[in-house]
Design a protein around this ligand. Structure first.
Ligand code: ACO
Length: 319
């Protein structure tokens, strides 16, 4: 049976770092408040002319180099983003052109902070179905563009970045199980309720959030999705080497790990330095832990996303 396996990862963060102290110079907030409520110390912010496809390019090149796969040999590109370069063409098509390749299918997935898990599950399905053999899966965001920098309740939480993974067809199982869910009834607790119409923005182009409702929802579904993915493989929490939940907030990560009974030393945390990079957060954390040698061949890694929609999901991956 054909399965898919992650054979290379990459990440890219824009050069500019914005600390909590820097934010507190223009906003009624403090390093102490942000750290104690979220665990965030700093975030990377894209330059004015840097787009999601620009961030995706170096992350993708690094993942391809780690995989030993030439861009020309890709037969699928899936990009998860809520901050695309344009309404259309898709960021995946723009990335494909920047990689200098042609012809393979390329499309975006929009599942906000669950985007990478959705994109990974999509590419895994293409490979299992025999439609692809070498897929590039990317999460990339310039969330800084959809933040109201005068709203201290939201702007302190997010950052920009990109993460990527290369999947290849293999007879050995890499991706053991994926689970995806959505419930549009909760659209109102986290949204950017605007669109472009007749040359103007209709509604609001900024993130709106009911923080406490998001917190409770996220912790509940991250636990449920983890148990569901493990259950599909007949595995238990003790079989997991690393937990990589969506990096929204260190308190959400801690609560999820505690409910699952996973010790903190098995949880990969980047939110302190990256803040919440939405669809990029999971592949950036995966890449960091692969590169610093924590995640090694044979390790079982549980990747989890949760975000606006609401959407949520998990993937149990053997590296
Ligand atoms: N600095 C200082 N004070 C602030 C800030 C800030 N940046 N933001 C809010 N406050 C104030 C509020 O105005 C309020 O003041 P008041 O009591 O005078 O009215 C006070 O702090 C408490 O506000 P709450 O919103 O009740 O604070 P809470 O303890 O709930 O923390 C937070 C807010 C951190 C957003 C929390 O609800 C949370 O972590 N929620 C999860 C949201 C999240 O992670 N979202 C990411 C996107 S969703 C996703 O990725 C799944």
């Amino acid at each position: 049976m054909i399965r898919s396996r992650i054979v290379g990862t990459g990440g890219y963060l824009p050069a500019r770092i914005v600390t909590n102290d820097e934010l507190s110079r223009t906003l009624d907030t403090s390093d102490e408040w942000i750290r104690s409520r979220t665990g965030i110390r700093q975030r990377h912010i894209a330059a004015p002319d840097e787009t999601s496809s620009d961030l995706a390019l170096p992350a993708s090149r690094t993942a391809l180099a780690a995989a030993g796969v030439a861009a020309a040999d890709l037969d699928l590109i899936v990009v998860a983003t809520s901050t695309p370069d344009f309404v259309f063409p898709s960021t995946a098509c723009l990335l494909q052109a920047k990689l200098g390749v042609r012809s393979c299918p390329a499309f975006d997935v929009q599942a906000v902070c669950s985007g990478f898990v959705y994109a990974l599950a999509t590419a895994d399905s293409f490979i299992r179905a025999g439609q692809s053999r070498r897929a590039l899966v990317v999460g990339t965001e310039v969330f800084s563009r959809i933040l109201d920098w005068n709203d201290r309740g939201t702007c302190v939480l997010f950052g920009d970045g990109a993460g990527a993974a290369v999947l290849v067809a293999d007879e050995r199982p890499g991706i053991h199980a994926t689970v995806l869910h959505a419930d549009g009834a909760h659209a109102g607790i986290l949204s950017v309720p605007g669109n472009v119409c007749g040359g103007s923005i209709v509604g609001s182009p900024f993130v709106r959030m009911d923080g406490q409702a998001v917190f409770k929802f996220a912790v509940r579904v991250l636990e449920e999705a983890a148990r569901e993915a493990l259950g599909r493989c007949g595995l238990g929490v003790a079989d997991v080497d690393w937990l990589i939940p969506h990096q929204a907030n260190v308190r959400i990560l801690d609560a999820t790990a505690r409910k699952l009974g996973i010790p903190p030393e098995k949880v990969v945390v980047t939110v302190d330095r990256h803040a919440n990079t939405s669809a990029a957060s999971v592949p950036l954390a995966l890449d960091e832990a692969v590169r610093d040698g924590r995640i090694r061949a044979g390790h079982r890694v549980l990747l989890e996303g949760v975000g606006g929609g609401f959407t949520w999901g998990a993937a149990l991956v053997e590296m």
